[in-house]
Ligand binder design. Structure first.
Ligand SMILES: C[S@@+](CC[C@H](N)C(=O)[O-])C[C@H]1O[C@@H](n2cnc3c(N)ncnc32)[C@H](O)[C@@H]1O
Length: 353
């Protein structure tokens, strides 16, 4: 394993669990959700799962102006990403005080916070997603064979953006399918999809001729600053045609982790190579088993890979890596091998399944 966390004080440790028969004690909290008890225990406010097409989500963003900046991943690489103030600006300009939809209380945007079953933190980038990007960038060769890329709890979706950029630049004749899933539909609309568009725009802008084509999609060019563009009909058309020519498909899933989510993935993504990514999603003890079940059901065989990036413990909320591993051992004792890559001093880990 060549990957290392690039933290100054990194103390890399790799733990591989090959002792499949080891029994560990884990007591499922009575309020915990699993795939098998979800239909009986579902909290009333849990958002149902649903599929959203790229085309329909793009239409909801028509005439929205996006402002973006580079988000450094390492000293040599970066991903472009929508600015938080820009998301806030869109929310304010669209907010309808008479609407009953609880879009986003602006207070949430000032801190990395959660409101259980309402808003689960997807509008901001959490630090483990950067660990996941760094890990993916250490795997370039293997990644070339992954054709179905699924990110659960994607939020700003840095890991998928990294892979999107990689696949786009690779010019492969393979088809690549991305399924981006988040609890809140407005996260997919306000940040996940805009981030894909922004990364695509940034990539294609590098070519002088394509940049001219991009410019022709902008109606009031003079009022547009650098690192800004408006989502117009012609820009959407150019984007859709271009990713089609690169054999890249993108779809979205909103709502809770569930059997419906697994069905949507299985109905749409059927290549032999499946990579499931998730970052900072085991913080809530009640939904950790549901996420784990969903991940394990998405893993169809030993070739499919799951990579989870997580803090070792979520103070104040209670979720933690040990409970995740113990639930995994209890519920799936014979079905898996895993590896934990830990940074001894940062209290963050990657679990590879
Ligand atoms: C703390 S955020 C992390 C976002 C992103 N992965 C990152 O690392 O920056 C947790 C993510 O998990 C998603 N999530 C939380 N609970 C969920 C549930 N029950 N079903 C589906 N998604 C959920 C949220 O929508 C949110 O995007």
């Amino acid at each position: 394993m060549s990957f290392q966390f690039n933290f100054d004080d990194s103390d890399l440790e790799i733990e591989t669990d090959s002792n499949q028969s080891k029994n560990v004690s884990y007591t499922l909290p009575s309020s915990a959700l699993t795939l098998s008890n979800l239909s009986n225990n579902k909290p009333k406010d849990l958002i149902p799962t649903g599929e959203i097409s790229l085309e329909s989500l793009l239409q909801t963003l028509l005439n929205v102006r996006l402002t973006y900046s580079k988000f450094p991943i390492s000293s040599t690489s970066s991903i472009v990403r929508r600015e938080l103030y820009d998301i806030r600006h869109q929310i304010m300009s669209e907010s309808d005080p008479t609407s009953s939809e609880e879009i986003v209380n602006l207070d949430f945007l000032d801190k990395d916070d959660l409101l259980r079953n309402v808003y689960e933190g997807g509008l901001t980038t959490w630090e483990c997603s950067i660990d996941l990007v760094k890990y993916l960038s250490s795997l370039n060769e293997q990644m070339n064979t992954s054709k179905d890329i699924i990110e659960l709890g994607c939020g700003t979706s840095l890991p998928s953006l990294y892979l999107f950029n990689h696949v786009y630049l690779n010019n492969s004749s393979n088809t690549y399918n991305f399924a981006l899933s988040d609890y809140n539909e407005y996260v997919l609309r306000l940040v996940t999809l805009p981030n894909i568009l922004i990364n695509w725009y940034d990539l294609v802008s590098a070519n002088h001729k394509t940049k001219q084509q991009l410019d022709s999609t902008q109606e009031n060019k003079d009022t547009i600053a650098e690192n800004e563009f408006t989502i117009t009909h012609s820009l959407i058309e150019m984007f859709l045609n271009d990713i089609k020519s690169k054999h890249i498909n993108i779809g979205f899933i909103k709502g809770t982790w569930s059997s419906e989510l697994i069905n949507i993935v299985n109905n749409n993504l059927n290549t032999n190579d499946r990579l499931v990514l998730t970052s900072e999603t085991i913080y809530q003890p009640d939904t950790m088993p549901l996420l784990t079940d969903t991940l394990m059901q998405l893993k169809r065989n030993n070739y499919d890979r799951i990579i989870l990036a997580t803090k070792d413990i979520y103070f104040g909320v209670g979720g933690n890596l040990i409970d995740f591993l113990n639930y995994l051992k209890n519920a799936y004792s014979n079905d898996y091998k895993y590896e934990v890559i830990k940074s001894g001093t940062s209290n963050r880990s990657l679990v590879i399944l």
